[in-house]
Design a binder for this molecule. Structure first.
Ligand code: DO4
Ligand code: MG
Length: 299
């Protein structure tokens, strides 16, 4: 079962979509309201939704027929880094910090007990399906990072899985790892969606295929895939580090890192379209838009 949000007649609708693609609007504004109500009724989220929709007439729909929004207005999006060998190798390729024969910070974090976890986005910077992700105007090497996202409660329970795009500037991070926030956070630099698959309806979250396709002028220019079985960490391990002495809000999304990196000579361009698919969740599709360079005058 998947949870979606969409606009219909100028109203935002929260809905459950069953595996036969029947959509049932839910009498709640937000998935976290459903989670809280399910707890009160001592039912799992899936069972609680089943009691709500039983006997109701849903409507058969494909996701592409709906005006989808982010499936949850995540107050914060955090991200894990260098959790896959492929990401470690890509970071080592782009970094100017390497010295022959010596380990880089990326080699060390890949093996360390403490994972890399960084702040990625706020609700205002995060876009949903079909909204444009933006390119930074001060970077010449930008890529999408297709990632599985964990949707978590303020108590650290993983209630669902979504797709995330951790847009990244390889040149800015490569110049100096301390530039990470600038390589990762700007307006529209994070996309999530198109749906949240309830965790209890996923057979094996360590066996999810992730596919990324990038189109330029309508032509497929990049197609790569990976599987979450290649992840070096466990999801609960990543969540437990995020929670260390931290206040984490209901509906936070924690991205789990990328194992898909386009060829090194590739950079995104204005007008490209990125598709990230996890078959159990759907396809997150976003056009790419260049940001117009702004000059800020210091007063
Ligand atoms: O170390 C930089 C971040 C890497 C990252 O975002 C990833 O591995 O997905
Ligand atoms: Mg990433």
């Amino acid at each position: 079962m998947r949870i979606i949000r969409y606009i219909e007649d100028s109203r935002v609708v929260l809905a459950a979509m069953t595996d036969d693609h029947t959509v049932y609007p839910l009498p709640f504004a937000d998935l976290m309201d459903v989670v809280r109500e399910a707890k009160k009724n001592q039912l799992s989220v899936f069972r609680y939704i089943q009691t709500i929709i039983s006997g109701k007439q849903g409507m058969k729909k494909e996701l592409v027929e709906l005006h989808l929004l982010v499936p949850i207005v995540a107050p914060e999006v955090w991200a894990s880094g260098v959790t896959y060998e492929k990401s470690r190798d890509a970071r080592n390729y782009e970094t100017s910090e390497k010295i022959d024969g010596q380990e880089t910070c990326y080699d060390r974090v890949y093996h360390a007990e403490r994972p890399e976890i960084f702040f990625k986005s706020t609700a205002a910077r995060t876009v949903g399906p079909n909204d444009p992700v933006y390119l930074r105007s001060d970077s010449n090497w930008q890529i999408p990072e297709p990632e599985l996202g964990l949707v978590i409660t303020g108590e650290g329970e993983i209630i669902g899985y979504t797709i995330g795009n951790d847009m990244s500037c390889r040149d800015i991070e490569g110049e100096n790892p301390l530039y990470l926030p600038q390589a990762k956070i700007w307006k529209h630099s994070c996309a999530i969606g198109p749906a949240i698959r309830l965790a209890e309806t996923v057979d094996d979250p360590y066996n999810l295929q992730i596919i990324c396709r990038i189109y330029r002028n309508g032509q497929l220019v990049v197609e790569e895939s990976a599987n979450t079985r290649q992840l070096k960490r466990r999801y609960d391990e990543l969540v437990s580090f995020l929670f260390r002495d931290n206040e984490v809000f209901d509906g936070t999304v924690l991205l789990t890192g990328t194992s898909i990196v386009p060829p090194n000579q590739f950079t995104l361009e204005d007008g490209d379209r990125i598709e990230i698919e996890i078959p159990e969740i759907g396809v997150l599709s976003n056009p790419v838009k260049a940001t117009v360079k702004q000059t800020v005058v210091n007063k």
